[in-house]
Write a protein that binds this ligand. Structure first.
Ligand code: BF8
Ligand code: SF4
Length: 637
């Protein structure tokens, strides 16, 4: 049952071997047991929307060609896909709404443990929303901003949502208006999508795909943009910072507290109390409490506080196997139930905190903003207590550690570029795109997928793109992968880029006084922060007076895992981007859905899906897409 694998990443291999030696299984083993996976599911051809089913369509045209109710393969695939998109958008909206509720409570003085860290961002949002700022207290303005955000979740007037009007790029907004895609209330959209996909409603695959584009906007504006904007207000806008990355950030002599999940409302407080309770850690015999980040909450803390990035999603199991994690504290999303089982094999305490996320085998300490300080203390103390039970004989920390220069918010990028050209910060980038030194850019985002990890899909694609002078921006767990691989150092520009891109990064880095080149891969944050990528593209497009679909750029989720990646990808498609995906989304069972997504959409929003699982071919395909866009703009390819 247990077999050793030819892993690309040595730290992973060491821990996998340790797990096997101790008789423990990880996702990799469970995947092997699962294979071959269900072909009907892979193609999207299984329907469980009612109890006459489940129905499945024979992809070879021999068995059933319709569900019992007569639903076609296209209907079934489109319905399933829209529901995936709902899952993703609901996750981000839930996250964002909690942040808006916290801002409201802070503004009303109902919670003491949080404050407004970035007044400038709050005021600029207020101005954009048409809220009076002059002569008013900051909390008064904050209350209006929070209410404007929360109003969207309840509105019934059919008007476009506040955050869409505030944040959508103008040309794309007009395009969406023409297509009937402007969304009003994100919760109504989610309700309607669940309604229309239930048995006996929408059977038109194209109508279902239009609803999916709307769901992309729900995610982009009610989830990502709204959530990120308000997090920046409460916790600050990320600034450039150098951090350490990989399992080697765990410390033998410290209490290691891993935060995993997504919402900084929890992790910010844990970090604060980890520092404040250092004395108690010392009394327990440790050097300190070493907070390390896993997945997206790791990205949030690394971008704002320089907290080390310990592990991406696939490594959330392996990090337990080090035997050196004293506590893993989680909130929402991407938490593997099996991590709890692994924790129980060591002294590790795994703590869930959200009433919606309870996992058998964990300790639940309900966390809410009102009691944030006392709950955070309780959690940190529980982890210190676990440290005392650590079995030194079971500890193995793979000694791999790299550094990464992170914190590329749009504000940071503009600040850095303004040192080159104070009057017109984007000009140096645009000039270099025009000259061809920068061929274009790709946002490589999303998760690590076990099915593609052993080909190092993400790293290989990135390497190939950089060789072709394509700048890479990244978020999410992909950012962990690329940071671990060393793409975010100042030296990386010389290592991975050819003269064109390498020269530009060196020139900008030196002009900005960074003492070296800018890294060729820019870490723009968590998955919620994908809106920062959209903002950057919108700024470039506005400056050039073109649509986003005309820019020599593309998106990629090279190791697609989550429904959230489907909804983010859908937003990018609506914005007019070509979006590379691997593995293929569950659509290939429907000729209509496949054709609309990979071809016809190009004539509607300008975006399309591009599926390729080979890293080199995928990178070459993206380079070709960029070259075509350059040609259309009259630039050299
Ligand atoms: O939202 S990259 S595995 S942690 S889904 Fe999850 Fe994927 Fe990681 Fe963050 Ni994003
Ligand atoms: Fe089968 Fe139709 Fe029911 Fe789906 S909705 S399970 S296709 S009968």
């Amino acid at each position: 049952m247990l077999k050793s694998h030819d892993l690309m990443v040595p730290g992973d291999r060491e821990l996998l071997e340790k797990a096997h030696a101790e008789g423990l299984l990880t996702g990799r083993d469970r995947l092997a047991i699962m294979e071959p996976q269900c072909g009907f599911g892979e193609l999207g051809l299984c329907c469980r929307m009612c109890y006459m089913g489940p129905c499945r369509i024979d992809p070879f045209g021999e068995g059933p060609q319709e569900g019992i109710c007569g639903a076609s393969r296209d209907t079934i695939v489109a319905r399933n896909l829209l529901r995936e998109c709902v899952g993703g958008a609901a996750s981000h909206c839930g996250h964002a709404r909690h942040v808006a509720l916290l801002l409201k409570e802070v503004a009303e003085g109902k919670v003491k443990g949080y404050e407004i860290k970035n007044e400038a961002k709050l005021l600029s949002l207020a101005q954009g929303l048409g809220i009076t700022t002059q002569g008013r207290g900051i909390k008064e303005v904050a209350l209006d901003v929070a209410n404007a955000a929360l109003y969207d979740f309840g509105r019934q007037d059919g008007e476009p949502m506040n955050w869409l009007k505030l944040r959508a790029p103008k040309k794309e907004y007009e395009m969406w208006k023409g297509l009937g895609l402007l969304i009003s209330n994100p919760h109504n959209e989610i309700e309607e999508a669940m309604h229309r996909t239930s048995m006996g409603n929408d059977a038109d695959p194209v109508n279902l795909l239009l609803a999916m584009l709307r769901m992309g906007l729900v995610d982009g504006y009610a989830g990502l943009s709204l959530g990120t904007d308000l997090q920046d207000v409460l916790f600050g806008v990320p600034e450039p910072v150098k951090v350490e990355v990989n399992f080697g950030v765990l410390e033998v002599e410290s209490v290691n507290l891993a935060v995993h999940g997504h919402n900084p409302i929890l992790s910010e407080k844990i970090l604060e109390w980890a520092l404040k309770l250092e004395g108690e850690a010392k009394a327990a015999g440790a050097k300190r409490v070493n907070v390390v980040g896993v997945c997206c909450t790791g990205n949030e803390l690394t971008m704002r506080h320089g907290v080390p990035m310990a592990a991406h999603n696939l490594q959330s199991e392996l990090i337990m196997v080090t035997g050196a994690v004293d506590g893993m504290v989680v909130d929402i999303q991407c938490i593997w139930p099996h991590a709890a089982e692994l924790a129980s094999c060591y002294h590790t305490v795994m703590i869930t905190t959200d009433p919606m996320v309870k996992i058998p085998g964990t300790t639940h300490i309900g966390f809410d903003a009102e009691h944030a300080d006392e709950k955070a203390q309780e959690i940190v103390r529980a982890v210190i207590a676990a440290y005392k039970k650590r079995d030194k004989g079971k500890v193995k920390i793979p000694q791999y550690k790299s550094t990464a220069f992170v914190g590329f918010s749009v504000e940071t990028i503009v600040n850095v570029l303004s040192k080159v050209n104070a009057e017109d910060p984007l000009k140096p980038v645009i000039d270099n795109i025009v000259s061809g030194n920068i061929l274009g850019a790709v946002g490589i985002v999303g998760c690590p997928n076990l099915k593609l990890r052993d080909t190092a899909m993400t790293e290989q694609m990135t390497r190939e793109l950089l060789k072709n002078n394509v700048l890479v921006v990244t978020t999410g767990c992909t950012a962990h992968i690329l940071a671990q691989a060393g793409f975010m150092t100042t030296e990386a520009a010389a290592t991975y880029c050819k003269d064109g891109l390498g020269t530009v990064l060196t020139a900008i880095g030196q002009a900005a006084g960074l003492g070296g080149a800018l890294p060729p891969v820019w870490h723009m944050g968590s998955c919620l922060d994908n809106c920062r990528i959209a903002d950057l593209l919108a700024a470039l497009a506005t400056k050039l007076d073109v649509k986003i679909s005309q820019l020599p750029v593309a998106g990629s989720a090279p190791e697609l895992v989550q429904e959230k990646a489907i909804s983010i990808g859908t937003w990018f498609l609506a914005l007019g981007l070509a979006v590379h995906l691997a593995p293929a989304p569950h659509v290939l069972g429907s000729p209509i859905v496949s054709k609309v997504l990979t071809q016809d959409l190009k004539g509607i929003t300008g975006g399309w899906a591009y599926i390729e699982t080979d890293p080199e071919k995928a990178a070459q395909g993206l380079v070709e897409i960029i070259k075509e866009k350059r040609k259309a703009l009259g630039l050299s390819a």
